[in-house]
Design a binder for this molecule. Structure first.
Ligand code: PRX
Length: 664
């Protein structure tokens, strides 16, 4: 996050404003006061496995009860051992059994303005049918299914259908390139691909199937591909379909979703699955070039996302919940699909961009669907500020009662704007800290109980016991920064990195032996509030998306003209962090054409989200005597700051001088 390297950190450190939960909100909340929160937290901390086991019995359906809450063979956790349940059952059948069949599960709007609505009964039917389709194509419990789709209800249907039969989904955000899809497909040894012919983004129809065709040429384990037909989404008369991409179907390999569904039976009982059956793999960036396949399993994850959804968003049955994240990221997995649906909530799902057809689209959607809870990212909030208050003010946002943020630290200025302009000083803001690895929200204000301070994610949820330590694993004092760790296992935690136990142990459990190392720096203030202060590793947070510097560097050096490359983050007012790269060429001319060529190359290797913002050419990179690239120095140069650190170990001072003057 920008605060780690930029000037924001000072602002955050001195933030003293406090906002108590509005009395009216607190009165009706699930957890109504700080005392109530503290009592629950203390009770959970006294015996976390018992606390979670009691909740698991209440909140999930068990085909077979579990006999042990937690088996902890560090660092491998098994929760609710001996039990059998099913996430799709908990999200659908359990709600039908509770009489919620007619309740709306998904309200959907496509970017062109087309709409759909699915009740729990309808969603159940679609999921059952698609689960039968999967079976018919030979998919069994434990098989990996790769999903590359736009934000359409069928994406959630595909995930829930996998969960229903115990197939493991790997959803890949639809902005990733063919190379990135293929790399993930090979790592997971995916058997089936699900995609759509195209999806809408900022008025353009993105040809997803073409990208998938390129990926499948390099995904030897994928046998078949199901293609959902998006439809133009335009009002009749305007949507001839002539100007949208046409999927090229490969006979024997590719099947249309709608054709398979026509024949499918709507009878498909959920398979009773062991609690630890893998539910999904989700790839995220770490500090090496290869993305990590974070593995989540059935019962623990399901319980964790359901409870955290209820606690943090203080869910009530008449809420319309809108999490703006794409399902391709963990936020979408946990708080568009699994958390809200297992709680019987109504979610809004929107396909497209926030500024299409204009910058008021989100506010127009909130007014139209009477959204009550709005959960978005600081990077979006900073864009809204830039676009201007007039877009917000045009719309009636009186339905809103709670706001949330996720993905990166929020600067107090953006927090205050969100509070005043969107929340009209009426809605509490929950700043939720968590990670792909944690499965669900770990630290956040409970909106009826915990006073907020702009820029702080406040306190850990019940059952979550964090600490801040120095590199020897010793707790640091109040106000001192250090590494954020979790001292106890929790049900939503990752169960491993797909196919790489060694990396799992090394990345998360070795530097502070036996404790979960989150990879973030943090500090705690006198009130026990946590302040996240950025990463401890070479992971960037660009617009709330996690990117590894080494992944970008690997992409650059795979270009035939590049000898060496270093990627660093620099503070950016809109994105939080922007990607700056320093490149030495082995041939070719260091000019704008080469810059464009390299940007295109990174887009091709990873996706548009990783495209560098700045490219600087240099004769050599500054390195220590042991050959390590001096990233801190490059970060300062990228940010336009004088170098502050010790540079006496620089091998070549002329390199530094050249970079400073941006010579090429
Ligand atoms: O650095 C933290 C930052 O995002 C990282 C996790 O990224 P990812 O796995 O992609 O998940 C993002 C959505 C859950 C964290 O290690 N981060 C996330 N939320 C916050 C945050 N930093 C500060 N405040 C937050 N609320």
């Amino acid at each position: 996050m920008a605060a780690a390297h930029g000037g924001q950190i000072d602002t955050v450190m001195h933030e003293e404003r406090r906002f108590a939960p509005p009395a009216e909100f607190a009165q009706q909340a699930r957890i109504k006061s700080l005392d109530e929160y503290q009592a629950l937290w203390d009770q959970a901390a006294a015996d976390p496995p018992k606390f979670w086991a009691d909740l698991a019995k209440e909140e999930l359906h068990w085909f077979q009860p579990f006999n042990e809450a937690l088996v902890w063979k560090e660092p491998f956790a098994q929760w609710f051992v001996g039990g059998k349940t099913n996430v799709s059952y908990n999200c659908l059948d359990r709600n039908l059994a509770a009489g919620l069949g007619d309740r709306t599960a998904i309200l959907w709007e496509g970017e062109p303005g087309d709409t759909r609505k699915l009740t729990y009964a309808e969603l159940h039917q679609e999921v059952c049918k698609f689960a039968n389709v999967l079976k018919q194509l030979g998919i069994q419990t434990g098989d990996r299914v790769s999903i590359y789709m736009p934000m359409v209800p069928e994406l959630a249907i595909a995930m829930l259908a996998c969960a229903r039969i115990g197939a493991i989904h790997s959803v890949i955000f639809a902005g990733f390139s063919a190379e990135a899809i293929a790399e993930r497909n090979r790592d997971a040894a995916a058997k089936l691909q699900i995609t759509a012919d195209f999806g809408w983004r900022r008025g353009k129809a993105l040809a997803l199937k073409d990208t998938v065709d390129e990926a499948l040429a390099k995904s030897p384990t994928v046998e078949k591909c199901i293609v959902f037909q998006r439809g133009t989404g335009k009002a009749s008369g305007t949507g001839s379909g002539a100007n949208v991409p046409q999927a090229k179907m490969q006979p024997g390999r590719d099947f249309w979703w709608h054709e398979l569904m026509k024949e499918a039976s709507a009878e498909c009982p959920a398979t009773p699955l062991d609690s630890e059956t893998p539910l999904y793999i989700l790839y995220t960036s770490g500090s090496t070039g290869k993305p990590k396949g974070i593995k989540h399993t059935t019962a623990g994850y399901n319980l964790y996302v359901k409870k955290t959804f209820q606690w943090v968003f203080d869910h009530r049955e008449d809420d319309i919940f809108w999490c703006t994240a794409d399902i391709g990221w963990v936020t979408g997995h946990s708080y568009v699909v699994y958390g809200p649906l297992s709680a019987g909530a109504t979610v809004l799902m929107y396909e497209g961009a926030p500024n299409y057809p204009d910058e008021a689209r989100f506010w127009q959607l909130i007014e139209k669907y009477k959204v009550t809870i709005f959960y978005t990212a600081p990077t979006a909030i900073r864009a809204f500020i830039k676009w201007g208050d007039q877009h917000v003010k045009k719309h009636d946002l009186s339905s809103l009662r709670l706001l949330g943020t996720v993905g990166e630290g929020i600067n107090p200025e953006a927090w205050m704007w969100y509070h005043r302009t969107v929340g009209q000083e009426r809605c509490p803001i929950v700043d939720t800290w968590w990670q792909t690895e944690t499965g669900g929200i770990m630290m956040s204000p409970l909106p009826g109980a915990i006073a907020t301070k702009p820029g702080s994610c406040t306190k850990p949820l019940p059952g979550i016991i964090p600490a801040i330590v120095d590199p020897d694993g010793e707790p640091v004092g109040t106000h001192q920064g250090g590494w954020l760790i979790m001292t106890h296992p929790w049900p939503g935690m990752l169960r491993g990195i797909w196919g790489d136990d060694g990396r799992f142990k090394e990345v998360y459990w070795t530097r502070v032996p036996g404790k979960y190392l989150a990879g973030d720096n943090a500090r705690c203030d006198d009130d026990g509030y946590y302040w996240i202060m950025g990463r401890i590793d070479d992971v960037l947070n660009v617009s709330g998306h996690r990117l590894s510097t080494i992944e970008i560097e690997s992409a650059l050096v795979s270009h035939p003209d590049v000898a060496e490359a270093a990627a660093v983050g620099r503070p950016d007012d809109l994105k939080g962090e922007a990607v700056a790269v320093f490149v030495t060429l082995k041939r070719g001319v260091p000019n704008d054409a080469m810059r464009e060529e390299l940007k295109k190359h990174v887009r091709h290797e990873i996706g548009a989200l990783a495209q560098p913002d700045d490219i600087r050419f240099t004769n050599a990179l500054p390195k220590t005597r042991s050959g390590k690239i001096m990233r801190r120095l490059l970060r300062d140069i990228a940010a336009g700051k004088e170098t502050s650190g010790d540079t006496t170990t620089l091998e070549d001072f002329t390199v530094l001088a050249k970079l400073r003057h941006n010579e090429e």
